[in-house]
Design a binder for this molecule. Structure first.
Ligand code: GLY
Length: 438
Protein backbone atom coordinates (compact mmCIF):
# COMPACT_ATOMS: atom_id res chain seq x y z
CA UNK A 1 0.00 0.00 0.00
CA UNK A 2 1.35 3.46 -0.88
CA UNK A 3 2.23 5.90 1.86
CA UNK A 4 1.32 9.54 1.22
CA UNK A 5 2.44 12.49 3.31
CA UNK A 6 -0.33 15.13 3.37
CA UNK A 7 0.57 18.56 4.72
CA UNK A 8 -2.45 20.61 5.82
CA UNK A 9 -5.58 20.12 7.93
CA UNK A 10 -8.34 22.17 6.32
CA UNK A 11 -11.36 21.26 4.21
CA UNK A 12 -9.15 21.33 1.09
CA UNK A 13 -6.88 18.68 2.59
CA UNK A 14 -9.92 16.69 3.78
CA UNK A 15 -11.04 16.64 0.12
CA UNK A 16 -7.52 15.66 -1.01
CA UNK A 17 -7.41 12.79 1.51
CA UNK A 18 -10.85 11.57 0.48
CA UNK A 19 -10.00 11.68 -3.22
CA UNK A 20 -6.76 9.74 -2.65
CA UNK A 21 -8.61 7.05 -0.66
CA UNK A 22 -11.42 6.93 -3.25
CA UNK A 23 -8.81 6.28 -5.95
CA UNK A 24 -7.08 3.39 -4.19
CA UNK A 25 -6.40 2.29 -0.62
CA UNK A 26 -3.45 4.30 0.73
CA UNK A 27 -1.87 5.10 4.08
CA UNK A 28 -2.08 8.83 4.77
CA UNK A 29 0.38 10.57 7.08
CA UNK A 30 -1.22 13.93 7.80
CA UNK A 31 0.34 17.01 9.38
CA UNK A 32 -1.74 19.81 10.90
CA UNK A 33 -1.94 21.75 14.13
CA UNK A 34 -5.49 20.72 15.00
CA UNK A 35 -7.25 17.40 14.54
CA UNK A 36 -9.42 17.44 11.44
CA UNK A 37 -11.95 14.64 12.11
CA UNK A 38 -12.48 14.10 8.38
CA UNK A 39 -8.79 13.51 7.63
CA UNK A 40 -8.43 11.50 10.84
CA UNK A 41 -11.07 9.07 9.60
CA UNK A 42 -9.28 8.62 6.27
CA UNK A 43 -5.75 7.74 7.44
CA UNK A 44 -6.12 4.11 6.33
CA UNK A 45 -3.53 2.95 8.86
CA UNK A 46 -1.37 6.09 8.58
CA UNK A 47 -0.77 8.70 11.28
CA UNK A 48 -1.87 12.20 12.25
CA UNK A 49 0.96 14.45 13.41
CA UNK A 50 -0.42 17.47 15.27
CA UNK A 51 2.23 20.02 14.32
CA UNK A 52 2.29 23.27 12.41
CA UNK A 53 2.35 22.81 8.61
CA UNK A 54 5.61 24.80 8.46
CA UNK A 55 7.35 22.87 11.26
CA UNK A 56 10.25 21.64 9.11
CA UNK A 57 11.93 19.64 11.91
CA UNK A 58 8.78 17.69 12.79
CA UNK A 59 7.94 17.01 9.12
CA UNK A 60 11.54 15.93 8.39
CA UNK A 61 11.48 13.50 11.30
CA UNK A 62 8.15 12.04 10.15
CA UNK A 63 9.36 11.70 6.54
CA UNK A 64 12.60 9.97 7.57
CA UNK A 65 10.72 7.53 9.78
CA UNK A 66 7.83 6.76 7.42
CA UNK A 67 9.55 7.05 4.01
CA UNK A 68 6.42 8.16 2.12
CA UNK A 69 6.05 7.32 -1.58
CA UNK A 70 5.25 10.98 -2.20
CA UNK A 71 3.86 14.12 -0.56
CA UNK A 72 1.06 16.56 -1.30
CA UNK A 73 1.20 20.03 0.27
CA UNK A 74 -2.20 21.73 0.58
CA UNK A 75 -1.63 25.32 1.81
CA UNK A 76 0.60 28.05 0.40
CA UNK A 77 2.64 28.78 3.55
CA UNK A 78 4.67 25.52 3.61
CA UNK A 79 5.32 25.82 -0.14
CA UNK A 80 6.67 29.36 0.36
CA UNK A 81 8.62 28.18 3.42
CA UNK A 82 10.46 25.52 1.37
CA UNK A 83 8.92 22.36 2.90
CA UNK A 84 8.76 20.76 -0.59
CA UNK A 85 12.48 21.53 -1.08
CA UNK A 86 13.34 20.03 2.31
CA UNK A 87 11.41 16.84 1.45
CA UNK A 88 13.13 16.56 -1.92
CA UNK A 89 16.52 16.73 -0.18
CA UNK A 90 15.37 13.62 1.71
CA UNK A 91 14.39 11.96 -1.57
CA UNK A 92 10.64 12.47 -1.08
CA UNK A 93 9.02 13.94 -4.21
CA UNK A 94 5.87 16.06 -4.01
CA UNK A 95 2.92 16.78 -6.28
CA UNK A 96 3.45 20.38 -5.13
CA UNK A 97 5.97 22.98 -6.31
CA UNK A 98 9.42 23.88 -5.05
CA UNK A 99 9.92 27.28 -3.43
CA UNK A 100 11.49 28.85 -6.57
CA UNK A 101 8.43 28.26 -8.72
CA UNK A 102 6.07 28.64 -5.77
CA UNK A 103 6.91 32.35 -6.17
CA UNK A 104 4.11 32.29 -8.71
CA UNK A 105 1.88 32.76 -5.64
CA UNK A 106 4.19 34.20 -3.01
CA UNK A 107 5.34 37.14 -5.17
CA UNK A 108 2.82 39.11 -7.18
CA UNK A 109 5.68 41.13 -8.73
CA UNK A 110 7.49 37.97 -9.88
CA UNK A 111 4.39 36.73 -11.72
CA UNK A 112 3.53 40.05 -13.37
CA UNK A 113 7.15 40.48 -14.53
CA UNK A 114 7.31 36.89 -15.81
CA UNK A 115 4.10 37.28 -17.83
CA UNK A 116 5.39 40.56 -19.29
CA UNK A 117 8.92 39.31 -20.05
CA UNK A 118 7.64 36.28 -22.00
CA UNK A 119 4.99 38.26 -23.90
CA UNK A 120 2.11 36.22 -22.45
CA UNK A 121 -1.32 37.88 -22.74
CA UNK A 122 -3.44 38.69 -19.67
CA UNK A 123 -1.48 41.31 -17.70
CA UNK A 124 -3.04 44.65 -16.78
CA UNK A 125 -1.12 47.90 -16.97
CA UNK A 126 1.00 47.58 -13.82
CA UNK A 127 4.13 48.76 -12.06
CA UNK A 128 6.22 47.34 -9.23
CA UNK A 129 7.42 49.96 -6.72
CA UNK A 130 10.33 49.58 -4.30
CA UNK A 131 9.97 53.12 -2.94
CA UNK A 132 7.57 56.06 -3.23
CA UNK A 133 9.23 57.50 -6.34
CA UNK A 134 6.64 57.94 -9.10
CA UNK A 135 3.88 56.32 -7.00
CA UNK A 136 1.49 59.28 -7.04
CA UNK A 137 1.98 59.82 -10.79
CA UNK A 138 1.13 56.18 -11.56
CA UNK A 139 -2.04 56.34 -9.44
CA UNK A 140 -3.04 59.52 -11.30
CA UNK A 141 -2.40 57.76 -14.63
CA UNK A 142 -4.75 54.92 -13.63
CA UNK A 143 -7.40 57.54 -12.91
CA UNK A 144 -8.68 56.27 -9.59
CA UNK A 145 -9.42 52.72 -10.87
CA UNK A 146 -6.65 50.64 -9.32
CA UNK A 147 -5.60 47.53 -7.43
CA UNK A 148 -2.87 47.60 -4.74
CA UNK A 149 -1.13 44.29 -4.00
CA UNK A 150 1.17 43.76 -1.04
CA UNK A 151 3.96 41.57 -2.45
CA UNK A 152 3.82 38.56 -0.15
CA UNK A 153 1.50 35.90 1.32
CA UNK A 154 -1.19 37.76 3.23
CA UNK A 155 -3.91 35.12 3.45
CA UNK A 156 -5.97 36.86 0.76
CA UNK A 157 -5.96 40.14 2.72
CA UNK A 158 -3.06 41.94 0.99
CA UNK A 159 -4.99 42.94 -2.12
CA UNK A 160 -7.13 46.09 -1.99
CA UNK A 161 -9.27 47.35 -4.83
CA UNK A 162 -10.56 50.86 -5.50
CA UNK A 163 -14.30 51.15 -5.06
CA UNK A 164 -14.34 48.00 -2.88
CA UNK A 165 -11.82 48.53 -0.08
CA UNK A 166 -10.30 51.92 -0.91
CA UNK A 167 -11.71 55.16 -2.27
CA UNK A 168 -9.81 57.68 -4.36
CA UNK A 169 -6.14 58.14 -5.12
CA UNK A 170 -5.17 59.36 -1.63
CA UNK A 171 -6.36 56.14 0.05
CA UNK A 172 -4.58 54.07 -2.61
CA UNK A 173 -1.31 55.87 -2.03
CA UNK A 174 -1.63 55.54 1.74
CA UNK A 175 -2.16 51.75 1.49
CA UNK A 176 0.69 51.40 -1.03
CA UNK A 177 2.99 53.17 1.44
CA UNK A 178 1.87 50.74 4.17
CA UNK A 179 2.79 47.82 1.88
CA UNK A 180 6.20 49.36 1.13
CA UNK A 181 6.89 49.74 4.84
CA UNK A 182 5.72 46.18 5.47
CA UNK A 183 7.45 44.22 2.70
CA UNK A 184 9.58 46.70 0.73
CA UNK A 185 7.66 46.16 -2.50
CA UNK A 186 4.18 46.86 -3.82
CA UNK A 187 2.42 46.16 -7.12
CA UNK A 188 -0.04 48.76 -8.46
CA UNK A 189 -2.33 47.65 -11.26
CA UNK A 190 -5.17 48.76 -13.49
CA UNK A 191 -8.54 47.47 -12.22
CA UNK A 192 -10.48 45.11 -14.48
CA UNK A 193 -14.26 45.05 -14.80
CA UNK A 194 -15.91 41.68 -15.42
CA UNK A 195 -16.57 38.32 -13.77
CA UNK A 196 -13.85 36.44 -11.93
CA UNK A 197 -13.34 32.68 -12.19
CA UNK A 198 -10.78 30.09 -11.10
CA UNK A 199 -9.20 27.73 -13.60
CA UNK A 200 -6.87 25.26 -11.92
CA UNK A 201 -4.55 23.05 -13.99
CA UNK A 202 -2.43 20.06 -13.00
CA UNK A 203 1.11 20.63 -14.23
CA UNK A 204 4.04 18.19 -14.47
CA UNK A 205 6.50 20.97 -15.28
CA UNK A 206 5.76 20.93 -19.00
CA UNK A 207 2.28 19.53 -19.64
CA UNK A 208 -0.93 20.88 -18.15
CA UNK A 209 -4.43 19.41 -17.69
CA UNK A 210 -7.32 21.70 -16.82
CA UNK A 211 -9.91 21.11 -14.14
CA UNK A 212 -13.49 22.43 -14.36
CA UNK A 213 -13.87 26.22 -13.96
CA UNK A 214 -15.15 27.40 -10.57
CA UNK A 215 -16.47 30.74 -9.28
CA UNK A 216 -15.58 31.69 -5.70
CA UNK A 217 -17.29 34.29 -3.46
CA UNK A 218 -14.80 36.26 -1.41
CA UNK A 219 -17.12 38.64 0.45
CA UNK A 220 -18.53 37.53 3.79
CA UNK A 221 -22.16 38.55 3.28
CA UNK A 222 -24.90 37.96 0.74
CA UNK A 223 -24.95 40.23 -2.31
CA UNK A 224 -21.11 40.37 -2.26
CA UNK A 225 -21.10 42.71 0.74
CA UNK A 226 -18.86 42.86 3.77
CA UNK A 227 -15.21 42.09 4.41
CA UNK A 228 -13.03 39.83 2.29
CA UNK A 229 -12.67 36.23 3.43
CA UNK A 230 -10.75 33.13 2.37
CA UNK A 231 -13.82 32.27 0.25
CA UNK A 232 -17.41 31.71 1.42
CA UNK A 233 -18.40 29.22 -1.25
CA UNK A 234 -18.16 28.22 -4.87
CA UNK A 235 -19.98 26.58 -7.76
CA UNK A 236 -19.04 24.69 -10.91
CA UNK A 237 -21.21 23.59 -13.83
CA UNK A 238 -21.81 20.18 -15.39
CA UNK A 239 -20.15 21.26 -18.67
CA UNK A 240 -16.98 22.34 -16.78
CA UNK A 241 -17.42 25.96 -17.90
CA UNK A 242 -19.51 28.65 -16.14
CA UNK A 243 -22.80 30.20 -17.28
CA UNK A 244 -21.19 33.61 -18.02
CA UNK A 245 -18.17 32.25 -19.93
CA UNK A 246 -17.68 31.62 -23.65
CA UNK A 247 -15.71 28.55 -24.81
CA UNK A 248 -13.01 30.92 -26.03
CA UNK A 249 -12.64 32.39 -22.49
CA UNK A 250 -11.79 28.98 -21.04
CA UNK A 251 -9.39 28.26 -23.92
CA UNK A 252 -7.67 31.64 -23.46
CA UNK A 253 -7.22 31.06 -19.73
CA UNK A 254 -5.86 27.53 -20.25
CA UNK A 255 -3.47 28.84 -22.87
CA UNK A 256 -2.14 31.52 -20.49
CA UNK A 257 -1.42 28.79 -17.92
CA UNK A 258 0.38 26.61 -20.51
CA UNK A 259 2.54 29.59 -21.51
CA UNK A 260 3.26 30.55 -17.89
CA UNK A 261 4.39 26.96 -17.12
CA UNK A 262 6.83 27.12 -20.05
CA UNK A 263 8.03 30.59 -19.04
CA UNK A 264 8.60 29.45 -15.44
CA UNK A 265 10.81 26.60 -16.63
CA UNK A 266 12.79 28.87 -18.95
CA UNK A 267 13.20 31.59 -16.34
CA UNK A 268 14.09 29.45 -13.31
CA UNK A 269 15.30 26.14 -14.79
CA UNK A 270 12.87 24.51 -12.37
CA UNK A 271 9.73 22.62 -13.35
CA UNK A 272 6.47 23.60 -11.68
CA UNK A 273 4.96 20.37 -10.40
CA UNK A 274 1.55 20.61 -8.81
CA UNK A 275 -1.53 22.75 -9.28
CA UNK A 276 -1.35 26.07 -11.12
CA UNK A 277 -4.43 27.89 -9.89
CA UNK A 278 -5.17 30.83 -12.16
CA UNK A 279 -7.46 33.56 -10.88
CA UNK A 280 -8.88 34.97 -14.11
CA UNK A 281 -11.45 37.58 -15.01
CA UNK A 282 -13.67 37.55 -18.09
CA UNK A 283 -13.72 41.13 -19.41
CA UNK A 284 -15.34 42.99 -22.32
CA UNK A 285 -12.97 41.52 -24.89
CA UNK A 286 -11.57 38.27 -23.53
CA UNK A 287 -9.80 37.09 -20.41
CA UNK A 288 -7.23 38.72 -18.10
CA UNK A 289 -5.05 37.29 -15.38
CA UNK A 290 -5.65 38.46 -11.81
CA UNK A 291 -3.11 36.24 -10.05
CA UNK A 292 -1.75 32.73 -9.71
CA UNK A 293 -1.75 30.48 -6.68
CA UNK A 294 0.57 27.48 -6.48
CA UNK A 295 -1.92 25.01 -4.95
CA UNK A 296 -5.55 23.91 -4.98
CA UNK A 297 -8.02 26.66 -4.12
CA UNK A 298 -10.10 26.36 -0.99
CA UNK A 299 -13.09 25.94 -1.53
CA UNK A 300 -12.39 25.22 -5.24
CA UNK A 301 -10.66 21.92 -4.36
CA UNK A 302 -13.94 20.55 -3.03
CA UNK A 303 -15.77 21.31 -6.29
CA UNK A 304 -13.24 19.74 -8.61
CA UNK A 305 -12.02 16.81 -6.53
CA UNK A 306 -15.61 15.68 -5.79
CA UNK A 307 -16.04 15.12 -9.52
CA UNK A 308 -12.58 13.74 -10.41
CA UNK A 309 -12.95 10.39 -12.19
CA UNK A 310 -9.27 9.65 -12.91
CA UNK A 311 -7.26 7.91 -10.18
CA UNK A 312 -5.82 10.82 -8.15
CA UNK A 313 -2.81 8.79 -6.97
CA UNK A 314 -1.97 8.22 -10.66
CA UNK A 315 -2.35 11.95 -11.37
CA UNK A 316 0.02 12.86 -8.50
CA UNK A 317 2.59 10.31 -9.68
CA UNK A 318 2.36 11.51 -13.29
CA UNK A 319 2.94 15.09 -12.05
CA UNK A 320 6.01 13.98 -10.11
CA UNK A 321 7.46 11.85 -12.93
CA UNK A 322 6.72 14.39 -15.67
CA UNK A 323 4.46 11.87 -17.40
CA UNK A 324 1.27 13.87 -17.92
CA UNK A 325 1.67 14.10 -21.69
CA UNK A 326 -1.31 12.34 -23.25
CA UNK A 327 -2.83 11.59 -19.86
CA UNK A 328 -6.58 12.17 -19.85
CA UNK A 329 -7.65 13.68 -16.53
CA UNK A 330 -11.41 13.25 -16.44
CA UNK A 331 -14.18 14.80 -14.35
CA UNK A 332 -17.83 13.81 -14.07
CA UNK A 333 -20.33 15.98 -15.92
CA UNK A 334 -21.90 17.10 -12.66
CA UNK A 335 -22.49 20.56 -11.22
CA UNK A 336 -21.34 21.31 -7.67
CA UNK A 337 -22.14 24.02 -5.13
CA UNK A 338 -20.13 24.57 -1.96
CA UNK A 339 -21.34 26.66 1.00
CA UNK A 340 -18.96 27.31 3.87
CA UNK A 341 -20.34 27.50 7.41
CA UNK A 342 -18.30 30.12 9.27
CA UNK A 343 -18.41 31.24 12.93
CA UNK A 344 -20.56 34.26 13.80
CA UNK A 345 -18.34 37.35 13.64
CA UNK A 346 -16.08 35.83 10.94
CA UNK A 347 -13.67 37.02 9.58
CA UNK A 348 -12.71 39.79 12.03
CA UNK A 349 -14.25 38.68 15.35
CA UNK A 350 -15.05 35.01 14.89
CA UNK A 351 -16.46 33.18 17.90
CA UNK A 352 -14.24 30.33 19.02
CA UNK A 353 -14.41 27.32 21.32
CA UNK A 354 -18.20 26.94 20.96
CA UNK A 355 -19.78 23.61 20.06
CA UNK A 356 -21.55 22.99 16.73
CA UNK A 357 -23.63 20.02 15.67
CA UNK A 358 -24.03 18.59 12.21
CA UNK A 359 -27.46 17.02 11.79
CA UNK A 360 -28.41 14.36 9.25
CA UNK A 361 -27.19 15.17 5.77
CA UNK A 362 -29.32 14.29 2.75
CA UNK A 363 -27.93 11.89 0.11
CA UNK A 364 -25.75 13.78 -2.40
CA UNK A 365 -24.32 16.16 0.23
CA UNK A 366 -20.79 15.89 1.58
CA UNK A 367 -19.34 17.74 4.57
CA UNK A 368 -15.66 18.71 4.59
CA UNK A 369 -14.19 19.82 7.90
CA UNK A 370 -12.00 22.91 8.14
CA UNK A 371 -11.28 24.99 11.26
CA UNK A 372 -12.93 22.75 13.86
CA UNK A 373 -11.50 21.10 16.90
CA UNK A 374 -12.70 17.51 17.35
CA UNK A 375 -13.03 16.90 21.10
CA UNK A 376 -14.42 13.85 22.89
CA UNK A 377 -17.87 15.39 23.21
CA UNK A 378 -18.10 16.83 19.72
CA UNK A 379 -16.99 19.53 17.30
CA UNK A 380 -15.90 23.00 18.45
CA UNK A 381 -15.36 26.13 16.37
CA UNK A 382 -11.64 26.94 16.04
CA UNK A 383 -11.88 30.52 14.74
CA UNK A 384 -12.04 30.33 10.94
CA UNK A 385 -14.16 28.71 8.21
CA UNK A 386 -15.63 25.64 9.93
CA UNK A 387 -17.36 23.19 7.60
CA UNK A 388 -17.88 23.17 3.82
CA UNK A 389 -21.08 21.60 2.51
CA UNK A 390 -20.94 20.36 -1.06
CA UNK A 391 -23.98 19.48 -3.10
CA UNK A 392 -23.54 17.66 -6.38
CA UNK A 393 -26.23 17.40 -9.05
CA UNK A 394 -27.02 17.24 -12.73
CA UNK A 395 -27.25 21.05 -12.82
CA UNK A 396 -26.34 24.00 -10.57
CA UNK A 397 -29.92 24.34 -9.28
CA UNK A 398 -29.97 20.75 -8.01
CA UNK A 399 -26.48 21.08 -6.49
CA UNK A 400 -27.46 24.37 -4.79
CA UNK A 401 -30.58 22.84 -3.24
CA UNK A 402 -28.49 20.03 -1.76
CA UNK A 403 -25.74 22.33 -0.46
CA UNK A 404 -28.43 24.52 1.11
CA UNK A 405 -30.02 21.52 2.87
CA UNK A 406 -26.58 20.48 4.13
CA UNK A 407 -25.75 23.97 5.41
CA UNK A 408 -29.14 24.28 7.14
CA UNK A 409 -28.45 21.03 9.03
CA UNK A 410 -25.63 22.64 11.03
CA UNK A 411 -26.63 23.96 14.45
CA UNK A 412 -24.58 26.47 16.43
CA UNK A 413 -23.31 30.07 16.21
CA UNK A 414 -22.48 29.93 12.49
CA UNK A 415 -23.66 31.59 9.28
CA UNK A 416 -23.33 30.98 5.54
CA UNK A 417 -24.22 32.68 2.27
CA UNK A 418 -27.60 31.47 1.08
CA UNK A 419 -27.15 33.23 -2.26
CA UNK A 420 -24.19 31.19 -3.55
CA UNK A 421 -25.19 29.08 -6.54
CA UNK A 422 -28.74 30.49 -6.69
CA UNK A 423 -30.36 31.26 -10.03
CA UNK A 424 -30.84 34.91 -9.03
CA UNK A 425 -27.14 35.47 -8.38
CA UNK A 426 -25.97 33.59 -11.46
CA UNK A 427 -28.50 35.37 -13.73
CA UNK A 428 -27.19 38.70 -12.43
CA UNK A 429 -23.65 37.72 -13.47
CA UNK A 430 -24.74 36.46 -16.89
CA UNK A 431 -26.59 39.76 -17.47
CA UNK A 432 -23.56 41.75 -16.30
CA UNK A 433 -21.34 40.02 -18.87
CA UNK A 434 -23.96 40.44 -21.61
CA UNK A 435 -24.08 44.17 -20.83
CA UNK A 436 -20.29 44.39 -20.93
CA UNK A 437 -19.84 42.46 -24.15
CA UNK A 438 -22.89 43.76 -25.98
N1 GLY B 1 -10.39 30.44 -3.11
C1 GLY B 1 -9.38 31.31 -2.65
C2 GLY B 1 -8.09 30.67 -2.38
O1 GLY B 1 -7.98 29.48 -2.28
O2 GLY B 1 -7.10 31.39 -2.24
Amino acid sequence: MKKILLIGNGAREHAIAETLQRSEAVEIFAVGKTKNPGIFGLLGGGEYLMKDVCDADAIRELAIRVKPDFAVVGPEAPIAAGIVDMLLDLGVHSASPLQTVGRLESSKAFTRDLVEKYGIPGNPEYKVFYDENGLAEFFEKLGGEYVVKADGLKGGKGVKVSGDHLNGVAEGIAYAKECLADCGRVVIEEKFVGQEFSLMSFCDGVNTAEMPCVQDHKRAYEGDKGPNTGGMGTYSDANHSLPFLKTSDVEEAADITRKVAAALLKETGCEFKGVMYGGFIAVKNGVRLIEYNARFGDPEAMNVLSTLKTNFVDVCEAIIRGEMKGMKVEFENKATVCKYLVPNGYPDNAVKGVKIEIGNLPAGVKAYYASVDAREDGLYLAGSRAVAMIGMGSDIAEAEKLAEEGAAAVKGPVFYRKDIGTKALIDERVEMMKGLRG
